[in-house]
Design a protein around this ligand. Sequence first.
Ligand code: IPM
Ligand code: MN
Length: 376
Amino acid sequence: MSSHKVAVIGGDGIGPEIIAEGVKVLDAVADKFNFNIDWTEYPNGADHYLETGELVSEDTLAALGKADSIYLGALGDPRCEPGVLEKGILLALRFHFDQYINLRPIKLLEGVWCPLKDKGPKDIDFTVVRENTEDFYVGIGNHVKQGKTHQELEVIRSLYSVKFGLDIEADRSEIAYQIGVLSQKGSERVIRYAFDLAKNKGKDRVTAVDKANVLSHVYNFWRTIVEDVSKDYPGIEHEFNYVDAITMWFIKNPEWYQVVVTPNMFGDIITDLGAMIQGGLGLAPGGNINPDGVSMFEPIHGSAPKYKGLDRANPLATIWAGAMMLDELGEEKAGEAAVNAIQEILSEGKVKTKDLGGQNTCSEMGDAVAEKVAGN
Ligand code: IPM
Ligand code: MN
């Protein structure tokens, strides 16, 4: 019997509750399809940080590096400064493992209420491929007082590193600045992934997102790389959408989209919108993927601290993210069975968490999906 080693980080807020339901369902799927998942839990998150001062240790990184995949609940806690856990754990893992693809399917399942009038499951079914290591997420910048200063900034990636030495002279006001970086290699690999995805799924259009009309240095560069890569995919057309316009088109004509490839920050923004048109954050999964390394799967939503411990969150986004993980682990049939079980539960409409207009708990939803998998 094959076995997959999966590292589990429940994290903060509702994270541990939703991840427990994900583990429950994935164990049921594994049983059904005759494989084993060997789970190892890691305590990283707010409690661990507040107790020990540690975000992720070198030892933990080394251990996670030996896993086949990472399954993550959510990070973020009001007891910590905003961003400490998100940057110190979530982004640190994405960057450390060079998970350069953030794959976010935007798919409205049957039986789910959609806020768009006259749109249904056949209209909302596309995939956003978000670049996951660059752009404004490289995190370099500073807040400097009036006067002269010198700053040394660097971005270290496994693909390349880049250093900036900046002489700053701000005469009449303090300033803050943030540098966004796109690299040729970093852009090409994600754009190629998007075209390959389109090709493998029999799609014929890739839409590339940018704001080249204003942020012209980085995003004209991005456009050139899209043009270059597209030459290798003759059957697939491509187009460019400005990020502001695409938010409008997602609402007006979601059926137009097949595969959308986007720089990191715009991808963050448009996938929250995508989540809403697929029925809400409770139903939106994602995968941080390194096709040659250790990938990490998590819901798009955050830790929702106010619902912590109440057993009321919707675990379906996390379960669905788990199904994406099975796919990445080579258990495609099992992944499909998990998504089908989610779909059947939603179509039947008997078990619904609060966000779906029902009264069921998080664990009742997990039980229902697990039983569906076992019974199918
Ligand atoms: C997401 C989240 C993260 C991001 C935060 C928590 C750092 O919003 O996964 O979309 O901005 O990527
Ligand atoms: Mn986000």
